[in-house]
Design a protein around this ligand. Structure first.
Ligand code: SF4
Ligand code: SF4
Length: 303
């Protein structure tokens, strides 16, 4: 079991935003949702893929020459990759002397991930931290996450599952068995709006939230607040009411919209669809917080 492999696109040590204390966050590839504001678009594709850092490219043409599939072309705008023709052989990444091409995602065994996680045991102990599995959507790689968490708990490392909640009940149960805490995202309460914004309806997500609560695993609700998309009073009231109906104990964290991931879209030949959307104002955030709190829930605004 310890050689079970997952596809990981980043392991971030000394993380302080993904659960209590100092944590190591393991980011996994693959997500069935396509949220318009996703700040990790490289996480959506379940397989490794090439990222093109256009600001580092010197337009030397080396990658064009080495690609066995003739999948790369070069013009005055830089490199273009035919992603259907690309076999992810990695030859262009090796050949680029300017690190303008990178492979996002690689197979790692549970042991390999655990060896990195274990480096910071002292920090976890001193801060009450641990490991967080994030994505992408961790339910896509539920067996891998469950095994990683099982091994972490054997070492007394606290485990936090960061999930959109979109996945099978079976996958959720596997992960919950070894989770000390769940960070659970809620985005929009209207199923049709949810589908427009995230590519899928929210019904499965709400069923899985009820499952997390029924299993008795502590849960923190996280709400990305996107002005003009999900910050209406109507949606926030519906969200708070839904949470209260399932659990009165779950704190709600509001995550203000930011544009940190916007540049990544071009690196993947994708279009960022929230151009022009502004970060929420302090007043908008405070208003959202007070609506949530009016339902008796604890609410805080994350940085
Ligand atoms: S090898 Fe690297 S620097 Fe040269 S054109 Fe390709 S991506 Fe740009
Ligand atoms: S990974 Fe391989 S096939 Fe894909 S663009 Fe690079 S050299 Fe070509």
């Amino acid at each position: 079991m310890n050689n079970m492999e997952g596809i990981v696109f980043n392991i971030q040590r000394y993380s302080i935003d993904d659960g209590p204390g100092v944590r190591t966050t393991v980011f996994l590839k693959g997500c069935p949702l396509t949220c318009l504001w996703c700040s990790n678009p490289e996480s959506q594709n379940p397989m490794p893929e090439i990222i093109y850092r256009y600001t580092s490219c010197k337009k030397c043409g080396t990658c064009v020459k080495v690609c066995p599939e003739h999948a790369i072309t070069l013009d005055e705008d830089g490199v273009h990759i035919d992603r259907k023709a690309c076999t992810k052989c990695g030859k262009c990444v090796e050949a680029c002397l300017h690190q303008a091409l990178q492979m996002s995602g690689k197979k790692m065994t549970v042991d390999e991930v655990l060896n990195i996680v274990k480096r910071d045991m002292d920090y976890y102990e001193a801060s009450g931290g641990g490991v967080t599995a994030s994505g992408g959507e961790i339910l896509v790689q539920a067996d891998f996450v469950a095994e990683l968490f099982r091994r972490c708990q054997e070492l007394n490392i606290h485990t936090c599952a960061d999930t959109s909640g979109y996945g099978s009940q079976e996958a959720m149960e596997k992960i919950l068995e070894y989770s000390n805490l769940v960070y659970f995202d809620l985005k929009h309460m209207d199923p049709e709006e949810h589908k427009k914004l995230c590519g899928q309806s929210n019904e499965l997500i709400l069923r899985n939230l009820a499952l997390v609560v029924a299993k008795g695993v502590p849960v923190v609700i996280r709400v990305p607040l996107i002005p003009g998309y999900n910050n209406s009073e109507e949606n926030l009231r519906a969200l708070a009411k839904t949470v209260v109906d399932i659990t009165k104990d779950a704190p709600v964290n509001l995550l203000p919209y930011h544009r940190y991931g916007a540049n990544k879209y071009r690196m993947l030949d994708l279009k960022y669809q929230l151009e022009g959307v502004k970060e929420p104002t302090k007043e908008e955030l405070e208003k959202a917080k007070s609506i949530i709190e009016s339902y008796g829930l604890k609410c805080q605004i994350s940085k």
